[in-house]
Design a protein around this ligand. Structure first.
Ligand code: ZN
Ligand code: ZN
Length: 278
C-alpha cells in the first residue's frame, strides 16, 4: 500500500485541480492520498468525488500556517470536522492575514522598482482562496523579473528580501488543541526544513506532544538523510507517528513528485485511529 499524506491543489498554491491531483495520484500508483492545501479545505469535496471515481482513498487535510517561538511552523491537520467553529474561526483569521499581506508585498516590490500590480497576482491566484507569496512569485516569473518561483523567493520574497511582508499565523500551541477538538490529528510538516531544528528540538516536540501532537513528517525533500534518521529516533523516543510525503505542488515545485516519499501503512493506521478516537 502506497500512502502520500501531503499534497497541494489549486485550492492553495498547487497547479492541479483537486480532481486532477487525485487522478494523478492514482496514475502514480498511490492507494491513499491526503489533500493538504494551505489553510484551506475548499478542495475536499471535488477531491473526494474523484477519489471515489478512481477507487483510491482520500484523506481530507490541510496545512495550517502557525507560529512557534517567533518562527513559522506548518502544521498538517487530518480529518478534522470542517465545520468546527474554533477551527473555522482560526482559519478565517489566517486567511484574512494572507489577503492583507499581498498588497503589502506588492507595495514593497514597487518601492523596489518592480512594476507589479495586485491584478497581476490575482490573475495567477485564479480560484485559490489562499492567494499568497507563491502567486506573487508566479507573477514575477510572468513579468520576467524572476526565472522561476524558487528564484523569486530567494531574491525577493523571503524574510530579509525587499518584497517580504510578515503576516498573522496561528500560535502552534493553540492550533494543536483546536484540531484535536475538531476530531482531527496533527503532524508537524517538514519540522527541520528551513533550519526549523533551531526551535523544534526534542524538548519542544515533547512539549507539543503533551498538547496533543500526533506525529512528525520525517521523510520529506527538505530533510537530509541525517535529519531523517535523527528525527526517526526522536519520534521513537516520544512515541510520535512518523510520516513521509511528497508535498506535491503540481508544476509549482520541482523534485516533489507524487509518492517521492511515502508513509508506512502501520503509521498511517495509527494516525487514522487517533483521529476517530478523538
Ligand atoms: Zn509546508
Ligand atoms: Zn506543503
Amino acid at each position: 500500500m502506497r500512502i502520500d499524506l501531503h499534497t497541494h491543489s489549486l485550492a492553495s498554491d498547487g497547479t492541479d485541480t483537486p480532481a486532477d491531483l487525485v487522478r494523478a495520484a492514482n496514475v502514480a500508483g498511490l492507494d491513499v492520498v491526503a489533500l493538504t492545501d494551505h489553510d484551506a479545505m475548499s478542495g475536499w469535496d471535488e477531491a473526494a468525488q474523484a477519489a471515489d471515481e478512481v477507487g483510491i482513498t482520500l484523506v481530507p487535510g490541510l496545512e495550517i500556517s502557525t507560529k512557534y517561538d517567533h518562527r513559522g511552523v506548518h502544521l498538517l491537520a487530518y480529518l478534522p470536522d470542517p465545520t468546527h467553529p474554533s477551527l473555522v474561526a482560526a482559519l478565517d483569521r489566517i486567511l484574512a492575514g494572507r489577503t492583507a499581506r499581498t498588497p503589502a508585498i506588492v507595495d514593497a516590490l514597487r518601492r523596489h522598482g518592480i512594476a507589479i500590480t495586485e491584478d497581476d497576482v490575482r490573475r495567477e491566484a485564479g480560484g485559490s482562496v489562499a492567494a499568497g507569496r507563491p502567486h506573487v512569485a508566479d507573477a514575477l516569473v510572468r513579468l520576467g523579473v524572476a526565472t522561476d518561483r524558487t528564484q523569486a523567493f530567494t531574491d525577493l520574497l523571503s524574510p530579509g528580501g525587499p518584497g517580504y511582508a510578515d503576516r498573522y499565523a496561528a500560535p502552534l500551541e493553540e492550533m494543536i488543541p483546536i484540531v484535536t477538538d475538531a476530531g482531527g490529528v496533527t503532524v508537524i510538516a517538514h519540522p527541520w526544513g528551513r533550519n526549523g531544528r533551531v526551535v523544534l528540538d526534542v524538548d519542544a516536540l515533547a512539549h507539543l506532544k503533551d498538547l496533543g501532537l500526533a506525529g512528525i513528517e520525517v521523510d520529506h525533500q527538505d530533510h537530509s538523510p541525517a535529519d531523517r534518521s535523527e528525527l526517526r529516533g526522536i519520534a521513537a523516543d516520544l512515541d510520535l507517528v512518523v510520516t513521509g510525503s511528497s508535498d506535491h505542488h503540481g508544476l509549482g515545485k520541482v523534485d516533489h513528485d507524487l509518492g517521492v516519499h511515502t508513509t508506512d501503512p502501520e503509521q498511517y493506521e495509527r494516525l487514522v485511529s487517533l483521529a476517530s478516537s478523538a
